[in-house]
Design a protein around this ligand. Sequence first.
Ligand SMILES: Nc1ncnc2c1ncn2[C@@H]1O[C@H](COP(=O)(O)OP(=O)(O)OP(=O)(O)O)[C@@H](O)[C@H]1O
Length: 276
Amino acid sequence: MSAVSTSSKDALVRIRGLRTRLGGKVIFDGVDLDIPRGGITAVMGPSGTGKTTLLRHITGQLQPDAGEIVVDGRNLAQLDRNGLFELRERIGYLFQNSALLTDFSVFENVAFPLRQHARLPEELIRNIVLPKLQAVGLRGAAELMPAELSGGMARRVALARAIVRDPMLLIYDEPFVGLDPIALNQVLKLIRVLNQTLGLTSIVVAHELSAVSRVADHIYLLAAGKVAAHGGPDELVRGDTDWTRQFFGGEADGPVPFHYPARDYASDLGFAKERA
Ligand SMILES: Nc1ncnc2c1ncn2[C@@H]1O[C@H](COP(=O)(O)OP(=O)(O)OP(=O)(O)O)[C@@H](O)[C@H]1O
């Protein structure tokens, strides 16, 4: 399990020596990571380990204290505002809560990013939006309102919206939360099919190992400011480190302790004082 096993040449995102502090806390302490082009890479790790922060680095919303982040051959530190804006325009996002506009129909939600960026003829918008809705199996739901959708359908509409401008990179932030088994399987299938048919590169941040193992080509396990493990799903699940055992084995104790750091128990209970 090497820290970075992918050839950097094939990496859409290449991160080296990433160091970040937020609010006085070290979030990344020398992270190297490659997101291979055309692949599906999962980023996992205990809560608060910095997964969302990593996504903010990759999209240029947050500058690191040190290290290099290169996306599609561009070093983010060297991009001006316009350059960063152009980069973000080529990245699609799927958020956990789907974030649909409640007053707009399914069709208008998917059309929204197109209308925001250019004055396109209505016929062209239809010709772009309907194939995306077809791809997620919801062309027939085009005129429904978000309140009429199940959670799984809402997520698929959000996915159609995330791909409507043909991004190079699609980021899924917790895409499996709250889905029933059928909706979960549909989303898993869509992630794979869309990645392949649209020639995308995908990053999936998620906690559900069983779902991640079925969709990801590579997994990065982040922990304690570092890449704790990296490799294919099978390789990681078999991994024999404290982190992989605890995280993939779901053990209550390990490097992530059950107890939040606390003062000495005896003195908290007043015993130490009594003895003195
Ligand atoms: N702007 C900020 N200022 C200070 N601390 C921050 C800021 N943003 C994030 N943090 C801290 O950075 C750490 C990493 O946060 P982040 O949201 O990236 O973790 P995460 O791995 O995505 O967590 P989760 O799995 O719970 O969503 C957390 O301890 C968080 O409190």
